[in-house]
Write a protein that binds this ligand. Structure first.
Ligand SMILES: Cc1cc2nc3c(=O)[nH]c(=O)nc-3n(C[C@H](O)[C@H](O)[C@H](O)COP(=O)(O)OP(=O)(O)OC[C@H]3O[C@@H](n4cnc5c(N)ncnc54)[C@H](O)[C@@H]3O)c2cc1C
Length: 488
């Protein structure tokens, strides 16, 4: 008889889990609280402007391709993407501008010319980044940290031998200060901590693994925008027979004799052989698992940072801007302290502007641009967000005006705002954190929930809050690790 699985949530990890289990012959039903798939990986339309609502940087595209191949399909029939030639444009208030070319030789030359940094430092740093990836990705990205055989594997032995070189004993900032002469480059490489919502002055230098993804492997852009990752995988899952139920908020996971047997929605029971939870782990325990034993230590870990985004339709073209643009703060330490220590927003934040209309022209009217303007902010601890947002908006515009020599306010045609409160209400992410728990100490990766429940049989977890990393590829990997466990 065909076994049935229920998945709670159609975030990217929920969809990936649905594909993997459908391929294994399960009958899969997904219950989603929203009326659209994708969770954080969604889009918004404001008049003639389209915006990717959440993630904007796409790395490790083979994690997406793998799902199509697994289903016996050609990825290109569903989903296409291009490698970026310039990963990011960096701007500082003193007039310095830097292009992060994806070609290492070009980037090293740009850094030497613009910042006077010896190119050998860049090369050494990216070699170190590749080394950490080579030693740790097989453990931390591709396997469950909660299984003994992960730690007794040959890959683990290789890593133990090089423990001292994996950045465990210094912070990211300490390693970068040692590596680079120019403080601007330290700032540039410190910013990678924000890719999983962490603090570069606290997080271990192990997280210097992240630049490897962008520089050595590559940054990509889906031809139809980031939201197409969701749409194409959603379509694949439907082609495989997965059924979706939207506006169906799960109220409870049904547990009988320490075994998950289904879910309850609007008082009605739905039964299955396996239950997979893609909802943020912390809020899941607070709501749909509230009657079950709580993993208190894991639930109480500090959360990653959140984001404040202004989606602006801008009625002007700026040729100096590209897909990814960073306008750095003048004092990064102060900015980061405000986010992680003070729980507030510095008056001079680092501003990220993502403009998909530079690569997908129909995302904005001719002669205009769609600016996804984002700053990193603390997660929601009950701050006066309306006040903080109004101040931040003023400060962001002031900064962009100075650097771009323009008047941003007069160019904004349409506007929508996403903040930690709305991130939480739209996706049930605890405190609006983007990546679940933060990675601000060397034990953080081990203090994340596993992909399975240790007290409830047949209950599994996937998604950003149950993987030591964060971001799309790691959510997809969490679904892979989880489904291999669930069907083993
Ligand atoms: C502003 C922003 C910028 C980001 N930038 C990047 C980036 O550049 N690159 C990158 O790789 N990653 C980025 N990320 C992170 C990335 O978006 C996430 O890691 C990923 O999308 C999380 O996917 P998920 O499947 O774990 O969960 P989610 O997308 O959070 O999905 C969970 C789903 O579960 C549903 N749900 C919750 N509770 C219930 C319930 N009770 N019943 C039914 N359904 C429920 C929710 O509605 C939601 O659809 C960003 C995130 C944000 C918000």
């Amino acid at each position: 008889m065909t076994k049935k699985v229920i998945i709670i949530g159609s975030g990217i990890a929920g969809i990936a889990a649905a594909i993997r289990l459908a391929v294994k012959g399960y009958s899969v039903e997904v219950f989603e609280a929203n009326d659209y798939p994708g969770g954080k990986l969604s889009e918004i339309q404001l008049g003639e402007y389209r915006f990717d609502a959440g993630p904007s940087l796409f790395t490790l595209p083979e994690q997406v391709d793998e799902l199509f191949r697994l289903a016996g399909k050609d990825p290109k029939d569903y989903f296409e993407y291009d490698k970026l030639e310039v990963n990011c444009h960096y701007f500082w208030e003193d007039g310095t501008r830097l292009k992060a070319y994806s070609d290492l030789n070009e980037f090293a030359e740009e850094v030497q010319t613009k910042l006077g940094e010896p190119s050998k430092n860049i090369r050494k740093s990216l070699r170190q980044s590749a080394f950490i990836y080579d030693r740790l990705a097989p453990l931390f990205m591709n396997r469950s940290l909660h299984r003994l055989n992960t730690w007794t594997s040959a890959q683990a032995m290789r890593s133990y031998l090089k423990m001292g070189k994996l950045g465990i004993f210094s912070t990211m900032n300490e390693a970068n200060e040692k590596q680079f002469e120019n403080p601007k480059l330290v700032q540039l490489f410190n910013r990678y901590a924000t890719y999983n919502g962490s603090n570069p002055y606290q997080t271990p230098a192990t997280l210097n693994i992240i630049p490897h993804l962008e520089f050595n492997i590559g940054a990509y852009f889906p031809k139809k925008g980031m939201h197409d990752i969701t749409l194409s995988l959603f379509k694949l899952s439907q082609d495989l027979g997965v059924s979706y139920h939207f506006k169906q908020k799960v109220e409870k996971i049904l547990v009988d004799k320490s075994k998950a047997v289904g879910v309850q929605i609007a008082g009605e029971n739905h039964y299955a052989d396996l239950v997979i939870n893609n909802m943020d782990m912390v809020n899941a325990y607070k709501t749909i698992l509230k009657d079950q034993k709580q993993p208190t230590l894991l639930l109480n870990q500090p959360k990653s940072s959140s984001a404040l985004i202004f989606y602006w339709g801008i009625k002007k073209n700026f040729p100096e801007l590209d897909l990814h643009n960073i306008f750095f703060s003048s004092n990064y330490k102060q900015e980061v302290d405000h986010i992680f220590q003070k729980g507030t927003i510095h008056y001079d934040p680092t501003v990220y502007v993502n403009i998909t209309s530079t690569h997908k022209q129909d995302d904005a009217p001719k002669g205009s641009m769609n600016w996804f303007t984002m700053i990193n902010v603390p997660n929601n601890q009950g701050q006066d967000w309306d006040k903080l947002i109004a101040e931040a908006r003023k400060n962001i515009i002031h900064k962009l005006n100075n650097i771009l020599q323009t008047d941003v306010e007069s160019l904004i045609e349409v506007e929508e705002i996403l903040d930690p409160r709305t991130i939480e209400s739209k996706t049930s992410s605890a405190q609006g954190a983007l990546y679940g728990n933060s990675s601000n100490n060397k034990f953080a990766a081990f203090l994340r929930h596993s992909n399975y429940s240790s007290s409830i049989n047949n209950l599994y977890f996937c998604g950003g809050s149950v993987h030591p990393g964060g971001g799309i590829p790691l959510c997809l990997l969490s679904a892979k690790i989880m489904s291999e466990m669930a069907v083993s």
